[in-house]
Design a protein around this ligand. Structure first.
Ligand SMILES: *[C@@H]1O[C@H](CO)[C@@H](O)[C@H](O)[C@H]1NC(C)=O
Ligand SMILES: *[C@@H]1O[C@H](CO)[C@@H](O)[C@H](O)[C@H]1NC(C)=O
Ligand SMILES: *[C@@H]1O[C@H](CO)[C@@H](O)[C@H](O)[C@H]1NC(C)=O
Ligand SMILES: *[C@@H]1O[C@H](CO)[C@@H](O)[C@H](O)[C@H]1NC(C)=O
Ligand SMILES: *[C@@H]1O[C@H](CO)[C@@H](O)[C@H](O)[C@H]1NC(C)=O
Ligand SMILES: *[C@@H]1O[C@H](CO)[C@@H](O)[C@H](O)[C@H]1NC(C)=O
Length: 351
């Protein structure tokens, strides 16, 4: 593997492989010693170079101040996903050897990711740090993106969600249109290399998503809640006020818009298919009546103790879509007898 011999004569080769320049009369023992020395050196070189090729695929086992963390209880197939970060600005104290998993929520606007994040943050061992790349500057180039990711996963990101010392899963939410699709290759490589678990959160009913997008855009200007714009609300009264507005949907662009959103979803699934991932649907999260709920699935995916997760957020649009669009008849005509027809029905959730 290491040394390439170019010897034409097969009998010569037999002699030369092990003897190098030692005389044929050199004692057998000496040759064997030399042979084992060469073997041992070769193995050592292999070991060293393998370590240098992929240093981050081997689990980081050095905890606080160089103390070693015991990873024997972690199954070997899990080790690429387990980390022991050492933040520079504080000490993880007694939790220095608490393993941390890295995650990201990839989603699209108005697909329930804000609500989902509040649910995750109600867990004592999960920190999801919000929509970090809503800042254009942070996502303006790949090096800025990777530096930001390093800060988050090294537990150095300051946010109200940070549960620094004893956190077991750390992440944030990232909208696909916030440079994820532009730099998907580098980002997927980073996730794979760093052992980041990807939570993909989509909304099946893209018509309802569109209604929510339009209503949210409208409220940015209208500021219906006493002059403040709110994307998420905490009371039924606030939800009712926001839901009173019925957007008019531009039916000319409707079919292309829906298929565009579908294509983004399909492309992103393909881009992140090779990273460890779970796919969740908003509709499954709100229909939380199954015995084994989607929220239990995601906690299992993050390997945190399973808890009942709670959020103070209240759903804004709860009525059938027919009652939430101003030009419903036009929308109905356009979508009827297309593959999007099921979006017209009120089968989203059954609460
Ligand atoms: C979860 O957090 C609690 C409180 O900080 C801590 O005592 C516990 O060890 C943590 N559990 C895990 C699995 O990290
Ligand atoms: C990347 O973006 C950051 C923040 O906007 C900026 O400070 C930095 O100079 C940029 N780097 C490159 C290589 O363009
Ligand atoms: C977080 O806060 C600490 C201490 O307040 C500060 O030293 C550090 O620079 C902050 N980190 C970021 C990313 O803002
Ligand atoms: C708006 O303000 C009034 C008076 O402060 C308060 O009674 C009312 O509840 C507020 N409405 C909303 C939707 O926040
Ligand atoms: C409706 O969508 C079409 C196609 O996307 C666009 O050309 C047109 O300007 C839009 N109409 C309005 C009123 O926004
Ligand atoms: C991901 O890749 C696997 C294996 O190549 C394939 O079976 C699966 O359909 C792919 N999933 C998506 C969503 O592309």
């Amino acid at each position: 593997m290491l040394v390439n011999f170019h010897v034409r004569d097969r009998t010569m080769e037999k002699e030369n492989i092990f003897s190098f320049k030692t005389s044929k009369r050199a004692p057998f023992v000496l040759r064997m010693v030399l042979f084992f020395f060469v073997m041992a050196f070769g193995v050592y070189i292999c070991y060293v170079s393998l370590r240098q090729i992929k240093p981050n695929n081997t689990p980081l086992v050095v905890g606080k101040a160089g103390t070693h963390c015991d990873i024997h209880s972690i199954p070997p197939e899990e080790t690429p996903f387990v980390h022991f970060p050492q933040p520079r600005t504080y000490s993880r104290a007694e939790c220095a050897c608490t393993p941390v998993r890295f995650f990201v929520i990839l989603s699209m606007q108005r697909s329930g990711s804000g609500w989902f994040e509040t649910l995750l943050n109600s867990h004592p061992n999960i920190s999801s740090n919000g929509e970090i790349f809503s800042s254009k500057q942070r996502r303006s180039n790949i090096s800025s993106i990777l530096t930001t990711l390093d800060t988050i996963y090294n537990l150095e990101w300051n946010s109200s969600a940070a549960k620094n010392e004893c956190v077991a899963a750390v992440g944030f939410k990232w909208m696909l249109n916030q440079a994820v699709m532009d730099y998907h290759q580098q980002i997927a490589n980073y996730f794979k290399w760093k052992g980041v678990s990807v939570i993909i959160l989509f909304r099946k009913n893209l018509l309802r998503r569109l209604i929510s997008v339009l209503a949210n855009v409208f409220d940015k200007d209208a500021k219906q809640l006493n002059g403040t714009h709110k994307s998420h609300v905490h009371t039924k009264e606030e939800a009712e006020i926001l839901a009173r507005y019925k957007p008019t949907i531009n039916v000319t662009g409707l079919l292309p818009d829906l298929s565009h959103a579908e294509r983004i979803m399909a492309d992103s699934l393909q881009y992140f298919n090779r990273t460890r991932h779970i796919i969740l649907y908003y509709e499954d999260l709100i229909n939380n009546h199954r015995v084994k709920t989607a929220l239990a699935d995601v906690q299992e995916f993050l390997k945190v103790p399973i808890r009942r997760l709670t959020s103070r957020q209240v759903k804004i649009h709860t009525k059938p879509p027919a009652e939430q669009v101003d030009n419903w008849e036009d929308v109905y005509k356009i979508l009827k007898d297309t593959r999007y027809e099921h979006f017209l029905h009120h089968t989203d959730y059954n609460t």
